[in-house]
Design a binder for this molecule. Structure first.
Ligand SMILES: [Zn+2]
Length: 258
């Protein structure tokens, strides 16, 4: 697993599953781990990377309460793991479902750590990460949260603003909430030099991602279809069809949660 340094002290690794990103924010010998993912072997390699660089994890953060964003590894240690209050509540109340979504074959010691996040108050992480701002909104998931590293010019967007996945309003299917979420993110996207999506590739053109998501949803609502190239990406055609049914007011089939 190679780490790409997208900005000074901001390392991004990418899982073989769903182009899922993990972000390591480095401050001296401290590391903040955002959404570490995914396979046990990949989490172990992330722990190797931390060891190789002499880093100690002093906090974790989960952007939302989907199973692929609530992972942890014993070798990351016992640092506090933060999330928005709604995310923390859902991680607890939906624990049985989340464990089920992990599928078979997971080491029990990793399953035991799934979703063990605490609610963070306010719009900054506790010390020593108080420079890290969080932007809580709804859209992809209730209480979904973007992480702003203002001093590095970076916005970690969670499962919004991806170049490989379409906008995925999930749990509940709520397009107005999704559009409001994009509006909440807009000023932070405009001020970011680098945007890292939870699935996909970091970009130095964050506003293009926002424009693409707005254009897709606008096309869907005004003419019921879109020529967004992401529709051709793995698994996205069925989401597109699901959102088309949603816009037409037809009962939809449950979308994937991820
Ligand atoms: Zn998700």
């Amino acid at each position: 697993m190679t780490a790409v340094e997208v900005a000074p002290g901001v390392l991004v690794t990418t899982s073989a599953i769903d182009t899922t990103t993990s972000t390591v924010v480095v401050d001296g010998e401290h590391a903040l781990l955002v959404d570490p993912a995914w396979r046990p072997s990949e989490l172990a390699r992330l722990a190797d990377l931390l060891d190789d660089r002499g880093l100690t994890v002093t906090a974790g953060f989960s952007t939302h309460a989907h199973h692929d964003h609530l992972l942890w590894h014993p070798r990351f240690g016992a640092a506090p793991r933060w999330a928005s209050p709604r995310t923390a509540a859902l991680a607890a109340s939906e624990r049985a479902t989340l464990l089920d979504q992990m599928g078979p074959g997971w080491p029990p010691e990793l399953l035991a750590l799934l979703g063990a996040v605490e609610a963070v108050d306010g719009d900054r992480l506790p010390a020593p990460w108080e420079a890290v701002e969080i932007v809580v909104h709804d859209g992809h998931a209730p209480g979904h949260t973007a992480v702003r590293l203002a001093d590095r010019g970076v916005l970690l967007a969670g499962d919004m603003l991806s170049d490989v996945e379409l906008p995925l309003p999930e749990g509940p299917d709520d397009l107005p909430a999704y559009l409001a979420g994009l509006d909440a993110l807009a000023p932070w996207v405009a001020r970011a030099e680098v945007l890292v999506p939870g699935h996909g590739h970091p970009t130095h053109d964050p506003l293009a991602r926002l424009d693409a998501d707005r254009r897709y949803l606008d096309d869907l609502m005004t003419r019921g279809d879109s020529d967004d190239p992401r529709i051709g990406h793995p698994g996205m055609a069925e989401h597109h069809a699901h959102l088309q049914r949603l816009v037409r007011g037809e009962p939809g089939t449950p979308a994937r949660s991820g």
